[in-house]
Design a protein around this ligand. Structure first.
Ligand SMILES: O=P(O)(O)OC[C@H]1O[C@](O)(CO)[C@@H](O)[C@@H]1O
Length: 925
């Protein structure tokens, strides 16, 4: 095996592919050439390359015929050390298949069932040796209701137990009862969905399993342990070992270690992550600078799994099966992965830090000695690899008003001032010394003599973020205003508030996300090689190195550096950096922990985007796509329930009285709201009925809606409908958040608005680049509708087909605008993206989905809870708007006096647990 590895490596270096490798990959045991599924990219599913190693192994020959065939068709492999693809390292540290290893597909189903789900769907169906179709009754006895799709893959169906191979398509498959909410009705691969099956409703009692996903996977039975239970009962962030395996690309190493903590057992709670002192290397040597990742009030539990990640973890450096190069050092130093690190399943007593913050408040206001760090003049920023659109440069910078003189953080210290502790940092790298508000420095571009990049998509380098307030603040700070003092804005949430949610996010969550991105890239190495040859692998290496550097910058609280790419928004980002640098009340050179959280977090996603975008030929690879697709498949039961409910509703929607229509709108608004709570699985952790029917639990959740303006939304829409004229269209805009179940809930709401004539057209606004892990891009949007349209469940399919029709007719429109992925809060939209602002002004109602949109609506500041929503919007009023948001970050406005404090007293984590939500309306001006 070692020789073979060297030969392959050599071949790769020479730009050729070793014949054995090719043969190993494609040839089946019968010598047939199996083609990889062609629809792989169409369906948007990327297979972890760690799942593609099986056929590398000579022992693949030992697989039972059927399994070997499948393995060769699109070779999945399981690198789970404890699993059936047992591997071991030789003396050189390289992984080798254990002699006794008997890799079986069904074994892999036990360790990484989720991973195989998309694969099974993609694999061209092979003929079943038996065509017996189990009855729905039989079938339902086999799969626990609510079980995750992945788990069901391994479930055998009666009659096929011994002989029906995995992935075969039994006759009659794909004919789930049209009205059934039977959780067995799985999402099929569109490639398998016959047009006829889609068009023709299945007979009433045909509860046959669907192709591929549910197929007659009898081979996992026969003495082997059943597949792992589904993730039900776990919270959003919890993962089963199998899921972890998938998420971490095999969990090699991790699986071999005896679990030491809940994290390793896959039942990680935020509290554990909270205990991290700072990320450690596996050996515990390379501790992130202690001053920048300080202890969280003595709750540390030590390094735990801090230095390891699932993907190779400690053993990462030894390489993994089929990957000729060792896993980069960066991977080995990475903190452990947790699922969905962006989710609000990580309650933190952020406010408990308030007292400390308040004590430090006065100090903060006076200005800590370290606040303005004196130092020698620093060298200029490193030049970009390619000089950005050259010379128009200086002129370009001057075309716009200079950076503001005053901070939008005027309220700093007014409410909760930061605990300022000495932070012995090395002199900053950038030319920031003396960067005081009263002496605005020239912009980066001006200093470099570089041009502003091209301004596209209607965005322009506006004078400053903050819009009207910003102008007022400038006047105040400059002492030139004759205006009456306007209320100061509170301080921005930031990682400098130790113990705050922002702090923990920057310290723990963001590095985890970066690690996961690196891991994803690494896992797709083989795919890159297959698609692009050596260039693909080189690009992957460069991207990984870029991301590793980024993670290091973050963990060591380095100054934020200007973007050096020439992507259309780069100039705006750099101007924003200038603005941050020149804040009079800022904290000196913008850095990861010192700058506003919103800025820093957005900046990280923009840098992730750059890491890919600047590295062709993998520049169009969405590192989050795999997770988004998985989320969608995992929430299919909720999707089925919702689509079924909605299609039933449509049958007699025309006959509904106004009151009934109102009730239905309110219901669907709530589904959309709670869809934001957990896009992966709406009712995770609750009983199964909630999982299968998200609508059933709505009533119980009403008390958790802290601000409930749903009636106002109804009034607005129904009045618009009544006053509608021939020439006036009612337009609703939905500013989308997550793909997955949340997106489906938004689409159902949009369809209801059209079908009930409460709206004539719906505009969807998504992201133009991969964003905040699971935010919806155009691809995700189209992919989701396609998946639904080709589903083997009649009502799902009908939804998808109708929605495709809506897009074609133009009554649904998808838009993505660069502004949504800028760091600016929405109060600066009118200046930075006037075209978008003007577009939104055409709407009758703007629905802002999710927590991030709420943060941008309200500026991500430490508002008093009772401050009116309208005030916090800070003059952002393009049209009447409503925020549907579950609380996943510690900012909230518009509560009744004392309401926030009351909840705070009993539930310190209420703002970040995702348990509470708001439907908060503002009628505009
Ligand atoms: O998907 P949503 O609702 O916008 O949530 C994103 C939120 O998740 C977080 O990562 C916190 O978990 C925040 O950064 C962000 O506000």
């Amino acid at each position: 095996a070692s020789d073979l590895w060297h030969q392959r490596h050599q071949a790769r270096t020479n730009g050729t592919q070793h014949p054995k490798k090719k043969a190993g990959r494609r040839a089946t045991t019968t010598g047939q050439e199996a083609q990889p599924p062609s629809s792989r990219h169409e369906t948007g599913i990327y297979f972890p390359t760690s799942l593609q190693h099986t056929a590398h192994f000579s022992h693949a020959r030992r697989l039972p015929d059927r399994e070997a065939q499948l393995a060769a068709a699109q070779p999945p492999a399981c690198t789970e050390r404890a699993g059936p693809f047992r591997r071991r390292a030789d003396r050189t540290g390289r992984d080798r298949p254990a002699r006794t290893a008997q890799p079986t597909l069904s074994g892999c189903l036990q360790t990484a069932p989720g991973a195989l789900q998309p694969w099974l769907q993609e694999t061209p169906p092979l003929p079943c040796p038996r065509t017996a179709v189990p009855s729905s009754k039989e079938n339902s006895g086999r799969t626990a209701p609510g079980s995750a799709p992945a788990a069901s893959v391994g479930e055998g169906t009666q009659g096929s137990e011994a002989s029906a191979p995995i992935g075969c398509v039994p006759a009659g498959a794909g004919t789930a009862h049209p009205e059934s909410t039977n959780p067995k009705a799985r999402l099929p691969s569109p490639s398998r969905q016959s047009e006829a099956a889609r068009a023709t409703p299945a007979p009433r009692d045909s509860g046959a399993p669907l192709a591929g996903a549910e197929g007659s996977a009898g081979s996992t039975r026969g003495g082997r342990a059943p597949p792992p239970p589904p993730a039900r009962g776990l919270r959003r962030c919890c993962v089963t070992p199998a899921q972890r395996h998938l998420n971490t690309g095999g969990g090699a190493g991790a699986a071999r270690q005896p679990p030491r903590s809940g994290r390793q057992k896959g039942i990680l709670g935020w509290g554990e992550a909270r205990g991290w002192e700072s990320p450690l290397t596996p050996t515990g040597r390379a501790r992130a600078r202690p001053e920048t990742a300080p202890s969280s009030r003595g709750t540390s539990r030590g390094p735990a799994a801090g230095g390891r990640i699932g993907a190779g973890g400690k053993d990462g450096g030894r390489g993994r099966p089929g990957s000729p190069t060792p896993i980069p050092q960066a991977l080995r130093q990475a903190p452990p992965l947790r699922d969905c690190p962006k989710r609000g399943c990580a309650p933190l007593p952020c406010r408990s830090a308030d007292s400390a913050a308040a004590r430090a408040g006065a100090r903060g206001r006076q200005g800590h000695p370290l606040r303005r760090r004196p130092g020698p003049p620093s060298p200029p920023f490193p030049r970009p690899a390619r000089a950005p659109a050259a010379a128009a440069a200086a002129g370009g910078a001057r075309r716009f008003p200079p950076p503001p003189r005053a901070s939008t953080d005027l309220g700093e210290g007014a409410r909760r001032s930061p605990p300022r502790e000495p932070r012995p940092r090395p002199p900053p790298a950038g030319p920031r010394q003396g960067a005081r508000a009263d002496t605005p420095r020239p912009s980066v571009a001006a200093r470099r003599g570089a041009a502003r990049g091209p301004i596209t998509s209607g965005c322009r380098p506006g004078p400053l973020p903050g819009g009207g307030w910003g102008r007022a603040e400038r006047r105040l700070a400059g002492g030139r205003s004759k205006m009456a003092a306007v209320p100061a804005l509170p301080v921005s949430l930031s990682g400098r508030f130790k113990g705050s949610f922002a702090y923990f996010t920057i310290k723990d969550r963001l590095p985890q996300i970066l690690t996961r991105v690196i891991d994803t890239l690494h896992r797709h190495k083989n795919e890159f090689f297959e698609e692009h040859g050596e260039k693909g692998v080189e690009a992957e290496k460069r991207a990984i190195s870029f991301l590793s550097k980024l993670r290091n910058e973050l963990q060591t609280d380095k100054p934020v550096t200007p973007l050096e790419d020439e992507l259309p928004d780069a100039a705006l980002w750099n101007q924003y950096l200038d603005y941050q640098r020149n804040l009079p009340n800022g904290n000196g050179e913008p850095s990861w922990f010192q700058s506003p959280w919103l800025y820093i977090e957005c900046y990280m996603y923009r840098r992730i985007h750059a890491a890919l975008a600047l590295n062709p030929p993998i520049n169009n690879f969405d590192v989050f796509k795999e997770g988004k697709a998985q989320n969608f498949f995992e929430s299919q039961e909720a999707v089925i329930a919702l689509c079924t409910y909605f299609q039933e509703l449509l049958k007699n929607i025309k006959d509904l009285e106004e009151k009934q229509l109102q009730e239905e709108l309110l219901k669907l608004l709530q589904v959309s709201l709670w869809g934001n709570k957990c896009d992966l699985s709406f009712s995770a952790g609750e009983d199964s009925s909630q999982k299968t029917s998200p609508l059933q639990s709505l009533e119980n959740m009403v008390p958790y809606i802290l601000v409930n303006d749903m009636e106002k939304v109804w009034s607005l829409l129904v009045n618009a409908k009544k006053n509608r004229t021939e020439r006036s269209n009612i337009r609703v805009d939905i500013i989308l958040d997550n793909a997955g179940f949340e997106l489906v809930s938004d689409l159902v709401l949009a369809d209801f608005l059209l079908s009930s004539k409460l709206a004539d057209e719906v505009y969807f606004h998504g992201k133009s680049i991969p964003w905040y892990v699971s935010d919806t891009t155009k691809h995700d949007f189209n992919w989701t509708i396609k998946q639904l349209g080709s589903a083997n469940h009649m009502w799902m399919s009908r939804c998808g087909i109708n929605w495709e029709g809506n897009l074609k007719k133009g009554v649904w429109v998808f838009r993505d605008h660069m502004f949504w992925t800028l760091p600016h809060d929405f109060s600066s939209m009118s200046e930075v993206a006037p075209d978008l602002y003007a577009e939104l002004q055409k709407s009758n109602l703007l629905l802002f989905k999710g927590d991030l949109n709420y943060r941008k609506l309200t500026g991500d500041r430490k508002w008093e809870y009772s401050v009116p929503f309208h005030q916090a919007l800070n003059k952002f009023h393009p049209a009447p708007l409503c925020s549907l948001r579950t609380l996943k970050s510690d900012t909230q406005v518009g509560l009744k006096p004392g309401q926030g404090e009351q909840i705070q007293a009993s539930e310190p984590e209420w703002m970040v647990s995702g348990k509470y939500g708001v439907v908060q309306f503002d009628a505009g001006l």
